[in-house]
Design a protein around this ligand. Structure first.
Ligand SMILES: [Zn+2]
Length: 144
């Protein structure tokens, strides 16, 4: 199955990037963003193990992973974070996050690096766009 893992790929391409997660850890979108304009949590993905956040995640295929594994990991993390009173993988909150991860991961391609802003999620083109512009400039020099 496809999941969303924290990645440092394309980190720093945007001035407001941050990456306090561990590369490769499972991430999800935490349910609530605060109202502080300078916070940045509306751009963050939550790390299941680190309980920290990053602005960049990658769509990764984990063939050995099942939905039940994903639910168990999330339930444990939510329990550790104080969001659940027991690490119950059948909890409704877990299901909401699991469904969202699956929806997002299946909407994009494996290897894509994603950004979010609130409810909007997109593929990051920063590095690819910059490389492409450099390639165009190298191969098609402007006529003087
Ligand atoms: Zn915030």
């Amino acid at each position: 199955m496809r999941i969303l893992e924290a990645t440092s790929e394309t980190q720093g391409d945007r001035d407001d990037d941050y990456h306090w997660c561990t590369d490769g850890e499972l991430t999800y979108i935490q349910g609530t963003d605060c109202d502080r304009p300078d916070c940045g949590c509306e751009r963050g993905w939550a790390g299941v193990d680190s309980h920290r956040a990053t602005t960049t995640v990658q769509v990764v295929d984990r063939p050995g992973m099942a939905v039940a594994d994903l639910a168990a990991d999330l339930a444990l993390s939510l329990f550790d974070g104080g969001w659940l009173t027991t690490p119950d993988p059948t909890d409704e909150l877990v299901s909401v996050y699991v469904d969202e991860i699956i929806d997002i991961a299946n909407h994009f391609e494996v290897g894509d690096v994603l950004w979010r802003n609130g409810e909007v999620v997109g593929r990051r083109h920063d590095r690819a766009d910059r490389d492409f512009v450099a390639w165009i400039e190298d191969n098609f020099p402007k006529a003087s």
